[in-house]
Write a new protein. Sequence first.
Length: 501
Amino acid sequence: MDLLANLGLGLATATEPVNLLFCFAGVLLGTLIGVLPGIGPTATIAMLLPITFGFEPATSLIMLAGIYYGAQYGGSTTAILINLPGESSSAVTAIDGYQMARQGRAGPALATAALGSFFAGTVATVLIAVFAPPLTAVALKFGPAEYFSLLMLGLVASVALAHGSVLKALGMIVTGLLLGLVGSDVNTGAQRFTMGFPELADGLNFVAVAIGVFGIAEILRNLENETDRDVMVKKVTNLFPSKADFKAMAWPVVRGTAVGSILGILPGGGAILSSFAAYTVEKRISKTPHRFGKGAIEGVAAPEAANNAGAQTSFIPMLTLGIPANPVMALMIGAMIIQGVQPGPNVAIEKPELFWGVIVSMWIGNLMLVLLNLPLIGLWVRLLTIPYTVLFPAILTFCCIGVYTVNSNAFDLFTVSAFGLLGYVLVKLDCEPAPLLLGFVLGPMLEENLRRAMTISRGDPMVFFTRPLSAGLLIAAALVLVVVFLPAVRAKREEVFQEEG
């Protein structure tokens, strides 16, 4: 009964006219940036953070969430039509989706992606509603030592699941943690790492760092790599899949949803890994694996269901524990902090309308996406012809205006420029910036819980090992780190990310 009452509260919040409007705006914008290759939800959400300041917290998170899972839908359109994934999690969809388009079956491929994503999104929403409350209840029993250990496990797991070199990912985490220390000490008020700039007394502006590392750096990278786009299909017809198509895609969608729901919770690129894992599972269990890569509808259905389920279940640790599973969730936590909402298990108790409103809005948003994507495919196809050189000046201007309006401080423009250059350099050095942002967001939380635990234990570091749950989490973090450095695991990990790319 409590679940039904909570869902009723969430439905009342999600169906408020302003929240419905911004849910629609979020999924529409998410689809748009998913369709346009090279922008991505992380950069878009980072750019849009400033305009959410005037919104209610629930409205802000509903719109930002819609952008995230909406991008998973939009990314499949370019993957199928031009063999260029709009979103990295749609890279696997391109393998068979583009081949289906070449065979004149772009319509069924796009419909399969949309319907599979809707089913997965619905299941993931139910899972969040069912599992979030008990996880919140457990998290409320956590002390500072347990939270510190949990944060350590999250950081280590994000290193294990990051692209490229483990050592580079570790370096990015450490860099992010150090950047999180800039500002005034919470206990003493002493300034740290401010280099004499009074503007840094309150720390680095989260919005400026996020927009710089993801938004500006992404613009520079895409200008460098801009190529002509060869749209395979100018007009899409025969959208509705046949009876045989439905039969072939049914179980792959179910299996993809299961894989994505599990992997999406893990810190790192849950949605990305989910799509790859789901494709691998389908190919392994298929009686005709030779069809994969040549237009198998299962190769579209499974990864699309998986990436959408993974995108939505990544909200579970963010909503219940206040721990981001990926860079987008880190931005969502940043949005909550900006709105004056302290992320963590208390959100469900102190702000139930926010907690349940976001959950219910996901199902409403998924329904909007199905109704949006299929009729508007012709519009998305035409948008693919817009040159990136036309888009980037508008995006850059919007970024600068957004950053400046946060504090009306010109120093933030220098910050965003510096981090934009840093983000671009990191890309050129094959260093993924996502762990840096995770470290930056989690750093202050890690320090706060470390100091609390040490204060309670009167300086005894054994407090992290004498409490069973804390010790278990630290042991798990150590095991993950050891395992990822094993030669066999490292080789397999490199193979996974190579195939994914």
